[in-house]
Design a protein around this ligand. Structure first.
Ligand code: FAD
Length: 348
């Protein structure tokens, strides 16, 4: 049986060291699992003991209570990227514990296409199918072909095709039943045309590259343009910059009936007749400007949609700010913003 690394105790392993907010109290138990067998062993043992479990990737989409987590945290640290050629492309299977942006870097360097617009997103590969991570016209549902999981209910390893993952906007079957599935690996089908590149599917990115939307641009150039756009918005982690002590976008973009879109707000019609509007626009026009908040927590000075810890904040401070913004937007526009990060031991 493999040996797990069990570190910390209730008093030493603070989850603030494992979240990009730099917030959250201690974990009762903290385990680092470096193989699938170790992950399954740790989850099974915690389940058998009736302990709560948190499967932790990069902690970039997590709000953890100041009181911490009374259960077992299992930090996924599995590694491995295996590629095999398929007709017109390459099939790449990546371990859940791999860092997402390292995988994007590898893909771009090897001339693979399909994930380059997702450059600079923090966190692990295993978390990307959970909320169907996306940015700048790409999301992982466009390239994931299957996801291997450990099902804690059936206590077996299973594989879901992309169709079975039920991907939607920041959504998948894994969010329907939070905690049931531990993602062990994800398989992507990527193009091998990275040098000619993918068509640009996002107006702002096309603008930054000085091309029309739909133009093919080499993946390396797309990556550089995306990283530059993201840095300008504080959306690339930089420990020295408190604007990046966040979970990225704190609220999802609301999807509403066409008549409920406020006048002047961005409107992106959806296939089912609803319209997606911009949470950042709503926050800004409800009167919450960049930097709104106090010395402990505030909106990012670069982007209204990111709530940030200025260094001295607590999770309670952060939640108070989030409630102020959510309630202000509801009062102004009748639209209730929904948080994107996962809440652990707290509610908005
Ligand atoms: C600066 C910044 C920018 C960001 N930009 C974007 C963006 O452009 N687009 C976007 O979509 N997101 C963005 N995010 C959010 C975040 O990076 C993604 O959601 C990311 O996929 C989270 O990965 P993680 O490994 O850090 O997950 P964690 O924060 O560790 O976990 C988040 C949730 O997923 C669960 N989870 C994690 N790994 C697994 C697994 N292997 N199996 C089962 N459950 C798991 C956890 O239990 C938890 O419930 C941004 C965040 C930051 C801080």
């Amino acid at each position: 049986m493999s040996e797990l690394i069990v570190s910390g105790s209730a008093s030493t392993e603070s989850l603030s060291r494992h979240t990009t907010f730099h917030l959250g109290g201690p974990a009762a138990e903290f385990i680092t699992a470096t193989t699938d067998a170790e992950i399954i062993e740790a989850v099974t043992a915690a389940d058998a003991a009736g302990k709560d479990v948190l499967v932790l990737g990069g902690g970039s989409n997590l709000v953890v209570a100041d009181a911490g987590f009374p259960g077992t945290v299992i930090k996924l640290a599995t590694t491995g990227v295996a590629a095999e050629p398929v007709e017109g492309g390459v099939r790449v299977t990546v371990a859940a514990g791999e860092t997402w942006d390292d995988f994007v870097t590898t893909a771009v360097d090897k001339g693979w296409s399909g994930v380059e617009a997702l450059s600079g997103i923090p966190g692990s590969v295993g978390a990307t199918p959970i909320q169907n991570v996306g940015a700048y016209g790409q999301d992982v549902s466009q390239t994931i072909t299957s996801v291997k999981v450990f099902d804690r209910e059936l206590r077996e390893v299973r594989s879901f095709t992309a169709g079975e993952c039920a991907f939607g906007y920041r959504w998948s079957r894994f969010k329907e039943r939070p905690g049931r599935y531990v993602v062990l690996e994800a398989t992507f089908r990527l193009g091998t045309d990275g040098e000619t590149g993918s068509p640009i599917a996002y107006a702002q990115l096309a603008g930054a590259l000085g091309v029309e939307q739909g133009t093919r641009v080499p993946s390396k150039q797309i990556r550089e343009a995306v990283l530059s756009l993201r840095r300008g918005k504080g959306m690339v982690i930089d420990e020295a910059d408190h604007d990046t002590w966040s979970a990225g976008s704190f609220f999802t973009n609301p999807v509403v009936a066409p008549e409920d879109v406020p006048e002047g707000a961005p409107a992106y019609p959806q296939p089912d007749g609803t319209v997606k509007t911009s949470a950042a626009w709503l926050i800004d026009h409800a009167g919450f400007k960049k930097g709104h908040g106090n010395q402990r927590v505030s909106l990012s000075t670069k982007h209204t949609l990111a709530l940030t810890n200025r260094g001295q904040g607590t999770t309670e401070d952060l939640l108070a700010l989030a409630r102020e913004v959510r309630d202000g937007v509801e009062a102004a526009y009748g639209i209730v913003l929904v948080n994107e990060p996962v809440m652990l031991g707290v509610e908005l």
